[in-house]
Design a protein around this ligand. Structure first.
Ligand code: SF4
Length: 304
């Protein structure tokens, strides 16, 4: 069966089953091409909360499908490849977070969306890379004690930018964390007329060299609005598919060939096809965890 035949079946099943396909910007191009919505974590969780579809097929990693289930408990949420997880999300768990909370009972726990439902359930508020700075401002400006978890890089960037001081969990995304300043120097030298744009999961010294820092959605919007033609991309290279779609005449150069998230790329068109056909790989959650995790996400959606 070729790709077009698979697309045809997927389109027909979507209608017959009243299903919607959500895909993260880091997914393989062939998945982004058939998705109803392509976006970052915040946009996709807002769509998941509002959609009338009965089935949500979430092409992304495990915590994203969990987030959709937290927000849409009556819908069937399917994850095409159950092995697709997030390395950063796995750097924190409910046991270690509970221990931190016992030692720091007055601290507000701010959790990045890249976390499991169990960790969200123990947290006060969730953030994404689109709204983290705004929500950190909301709490930190009153000198409230904060823990930002699990991404140390976005937390450190916010502290530097705003002059705040709060606890950060030592987690990171290996894809972004492995970028370094020498790579930026080399690429800027090679493409002197380009702008370097980066995701805040990169290290602080790399971010300080960027012409613009933003979430995947913000990066896509930035290149669209910019009158520049060449961009060095400091995030997972899947985002280039959407950038190219919106700006076919511009050039997008990944900062490094290593900017590929193996977890995000694990989902194939075949996985999506089989998952929708048989309605397999359903995400289920303990109701108490879901309700507590939803409280943490609702607070974020209110402040976004
Ligand atoms: S790119 Fe990094 S943060 Fe995003 S899913 Fe992959 S491992 Fe997780």
């Amino acid at each position: 069966m070729n790709k077009e035949e698979m697309y045809e079946d997927i389109r027909r099943w979507k209608k017959e089953k009243n299903a919607v396909i959500l895909a993260h910007y880091y997914q393989n191009d062939e998945i982004q091409a058939i998705a109803d919505y392509v976006g970052d974590s915040l946009a996709l969780s807002q769509i998941a909360a509002k959609t009338d579809a009965k089935i949500i097929v979430f092409c992304g990693v495990h915590f994203m499908a969990e987030t959709a289930k937290i927000l849409s408990p009556d819908k069937k949420v399917l994850l095409p490849n159950m092995k697709a997880g997030c390395i950063m999300a796995d750097m924190i768990d409910e046991v270690r977070l509970s221990e931190y909370k016992k030692k720091n009972p007055d601290t507000i726990i701010m959790v990045y969306v890249n976390s499991t439902a169990k960790v969200k359930a123990l947290s006060d508020i969730c953030v994404t890379s689109s709204n983290a700075l705004k929500i950190i401002d909301h709490y930190a400006k009153d000198n409230k004690k904060l823990l930002y978890c699990p991404d140390q890089n976005l937390g450190k960037y916010a502290m530097k930018l705003k002059g705040y001081n709060f606890d950060v969990w030592p987690g990171f995304c290996r894809i972004h964390h492995n970028l370094d300043t020498s790579m930026v120097e080399r690429m800027k030298e090679k493409y002197p007329n380009s702008l370097f744009i980066a995701h805040p999961e990169c290290k602080l010294d790399v971010l300080q060299m960027a012409d613009y820092v933003g979430s995947t959605k913000q990066l896509v919007e930035y290149v669209e609005k910019s009158d520049k033609k060449d961009f060095i991309i400091g995030t997972e290279m899947g985002v280039i598919y959407e950038m190219k779609k919106r700006c076919p005449d511009k050039n997008f150069i990944p900062l490094s060939k290593t900017l590929i998230c193996g977890q995000m790329k694990m989902t194939t068109l075949k996985d999506l096809y089989n998952c929708l056909k048989d309605e397999t790989n359903e995400i289920t959650l303990d109701e108490e965890i879901r309700v507590n995790a939803k409280r943490c996400l609702d607070r974020m959606l209110e402040l976004s």
